[in-house]
Design a protein. Structure first.
Length: 312
């Protein structure tokens, strides 16, 4: 049995920063100029161009001086204002561990599996297929810089069991729910950070009642909760913490999680079958500050987009 995944290219441990070109760059140019000052080093990698564009290319930064970056010669012309994404590494290393029971194996049980993959730099994710995979295995992945041989820690990756691509909802759905469907000044990689936060919070909250992460495609309810949670974070980020619509979306998402935890709402998969719950640990007096913190309702926005801790 084969197992396919789409690995996120731009989680926090690989995405350094985003920006735009300050001036046109011609094919053959070996220097590009970025708007503003930047804090990345040589040997980082720069994705020049936007997602899905044929002209998008990946270049190693060989020297950085203020807003000027030296790279290998560009193959295509790029216009002022085109997006840039700076990443720490240009390859993905897959790790695999045999499943035993429902719980994820320890990270010590994982071993590198197969050769590193080149990042699909013109998209949000890199596709991967394990021809001998399936629900009998768990997967994690690390990022590898081919110039410095630096590799991220396997502990930074979230384990996903075979049978799942790991994503509960698409970026476009979150964008539309937040009212940014046609606003391309906010790039997809930025929104994916909020999706990561929402999904992690949901997994933490429901870990006492269900086996998480959920196998994807997830139920319509889990997808909707993830979408509204992530959209709320995006709106609060863009409009401020007092944004009424953002707060309402967050309140709705947390209320639905509360109903699931209390057993008042069940999860139905795409085939119409109820997803079995594991032991219900119960939270006396829920919700309260201790229950919220224990179940993922306290989250760090600072670690992604410069915000302090906040609970709802």
């Amino acid at each position: 049995m084969s197992q396919s995944f789409k690995f996120d290219n731009f989680p926090r441990n690989n995405r350094i920063e985003s920006g735009v070109l300050a001036a046109d760059a011609e094919s053959g140019d070996t220097t590009i100029v970025l708007e503003g000052q930047h804090a990345f080093d040589e040997n980082s990698f720069i994705i020049v161009g936007g997602r899905g564009q044929e002209s998008t290319e990946l270049k190693q930064a060989t020297a950085v001086s203020g807003s000027s970056v030296t790279i290998a010669a560009l193959a295509n012309r790029h216009s002022r204002g085109e997006p840039l994404t700076v990443i720490a590494a240009n390859q993905i290393q897959v790790w695999r561990a045999a499943a035993s029971g429902t719980a994820e194996p320890s990270t010590a049980s994982y071993a590198k599996y197969g050769s590193p993959l080149d990042i699909a730099y013109d998209d949000l994710s890199t596709p991967y297929t394990d021809p001998t995979g399936g629900s009998g295995f768990w997967y994690r992945y690390t990022f590898l810089n081919t110039v410095t041989s630096a590799e991220t820690s396997i502990d930074d990756s979230q384990g996903v069991r075979g049978g799942s691509d790991g994503m509960y909802v698409g970026i476009d759905a979150i964008r539309k729910a937040a009212g940014f469907e046609f606003n391309r000044n906010i790039d997809d990689t930025y929104i994916s950070g909020f999706r990561d936060t929402a999904q992690s919070a949901i997994n933490s909250a429901l870990a006492g009642r269900y086996t998480v992460p959920f196998t994807t495609p997830v139920s319509a309810m889990i997808a909707e909760i993830t979408k509204q949670y992530a959209a709320a974070l995006l709106m609060l980020d863009q409009y401020g913490d007092d944004n009424t619509t953002g707060k309402a979306k967050m309140s709705w998402a947390l209320s639905q999680i509360k109903l699931i935890i209390e057993g008042q709402s069940t999860i139905i998969d795409g085939g119409g079958t109820q997803v079995p719950a594991v032991e219900n640990l119960g939270f006396s007096g829920y919700p309260n500050s201790s229950a919220d913190a224990a179940n993922g309702f306290m989250f760090e926005r600072r670690s992604i987009h410069g915000f302090g801790d906040r609970d709802y």
